[in-house]
Design a protein around this ligand. Structure first.
Ligand code: PGA
Length: 248
């Protein structure tokens, strides 16, 4: 696990965008795993900027998002589909049909989960997965539990997740379940970037980096991943020791 600590969110975004640029130069039809939430937004802004400048192109990529709420219309302002098209896909040269998100309204969510796993497999697996992290150590919507999850599945959201995300639901009607790629699906990505900023993430980052590898902190599994880089600001890195800070 590589750890890089930056002063600003913009520096993190530039470092993340450099990884995308390097991958896309080598593999223009890469498979990209994207995430929602506040953490990736500066990176998306930087990817848009570089795409507009002609420095990178997404015209041959396929993307798969980590998760989606259940029970929200796809065009709801809080659906992750809406989030991704608003904050990234509508502003880069991706072909919309190559941007895949889970259907949180599928009549049979189990079948939808299997369909999604099959599509990722048929695309050749994820080359680069972007992650945020919950204050409880979740990645995607893999909440702390008794065992590591494997493939895509329907999850009941944790109280802390509902508390964190309910700020986006002005009417107070936040869904309590979601469909998410599993820890096994995330771990299968060939390269992973995890972005965390702010002191609220410091404890989750400490457990992820220095704690036991346990499903009680799902992100801790990344200690075993062969190519994961954590892009942190100083506040998120505040509880790491000297040894972890120098792991670049
Ligand atoms: P955030 O969410 O980027 O909005 O902090 C991350 C997460 O909950 O996974």
């Amino acid at each position: 696990m590589q750890i890089r600590i930056f002063e600003t969110k913009e520096e993190i975004a530039a470092a993340a965008a450099d990884v995308y640029a390097g991958l896309l130069a080598k593999k223009p039809d890469a498979v990209l795993g994207f995430a929602t939430g506040a953490s990736p937004l500066p990176t998306y802004a930087e990817l848009i900027r570089r795409c507009e400048a002609g420095a990178i192109s997404f015209k041959d990529v396929k993307t798969f998002n980590l998760d989606e709420y259940c029970g929200l219309p796809a065009d709801d302002e809080n659906s992750y589909r809406t989030f991704m098209f608003r904050n990234l896909f509508s502003q880069i040269d991706i072909r919309p049909e190559n941007a895949h998100l889970l259907d949180g309204n599928a009549p049979d969510e189990e079948a939808e989960a299997r369909r999604y796993d099959r599509m990722i497999e048929e695309a050749g697996g994820v080359d680069l997965q972007l992650l945020g992290i919950g204050t409880n150590g979740h990645i995607g919507f893999n909440e702390p539990g008794e065992s590591f999850t494997k493939s895509t599945f329907v999850v009941q959201l944790a109280e802390s997740t509902i508390r964190s995300n309910s700020i986006y639901f002005k009417d107070g009607n936040m869904p309590t379940s979601a469909v998410t790629m599993g820890i096994g699906s995330i771990f299968a990505a060939r390269k992973i970037i995890l972005i965390a900023t702010g002191e609220k993430k410091a404890e989750a980052i400490r457990k992820t980096v220095c704690g036991d590898i346990t499903p009680r902190c799902p992100a801790s599994i990344l200690q075993l991943h062969p190519d994961t880089v954590l892009l942190l600001d100083k506040a998120a890195a505040a509880l790491l020791g000297e040894e972890e800070r120098s792991r670049v």
